[in-house]
Design a binder for this molecule. Structure first.
Ligand code: FES
Length: 139
């Protein structure tokens, strides 16, 4: 039985993602299939897209509460494959049924979305396009 796909920004830390997951690089090549990921969202990891713990040294402070939750789709079963693609110099793009939940337990349901990994979005954990303005560089 497949696990629910759940995306959880951790307070002052990475994105924790569980479910039936595939992680793809910017060219669409498979990095790995797994059931759990910790992905950098502070922009400081030396092992992007993975978290390497540098958020602590970098003093990353983030409440992990939705600033402005985007509209949720209907509650869905959150199962099946959740594909997460690293966009070069930009966000993580996910496709598949997913529940995104914040530190207060607010939940939204989406089939596609962008998750900030540059640290500068005003609407974290979601990408708001700021990575382009600040010249974020990451493969
Ligand atoms: S990746 Fe941070 S705003 Fe897009």
């Amino acid at each position: 039985m497949s696990k629910d796909n759940i995306i959880t920004p951790l307070e002052d830390g990475p994105l924790h993602i569980t479910g039936t997951l595939e992680l793809l690089d910017a060219d669409g090549k498979l990095i790995e299939e797994t059931e759990e990921l910790y992905l950098c969202r502070c922009g400081q990891s030396n092992n992007k897209p993975y978290c390497d713990g540098r958020h602590k040294k970098a003093g990353f402070v983030e409440s992990a509460v939705f600033v402005t939750p985007p509209d949720s789709e209907e509650e869905q079963n959150n199962q099946g494959l959740l594909s997460i693609k690293v966009q070069a110099n930009g966000p993580l793009i996910f496709r598949g049924d997913a529940c995104i939940q914040d530190a207060k337990g607010q939940r939204i349901f989406r089939k596609v979305g962008g998750l900030c990994r540059c640290e500068k979005s005003a609407n974290r954990p979601f990408c708001d396009g700021t990575h382009s303005k600040i010249g974020f560089v990451a493969e």
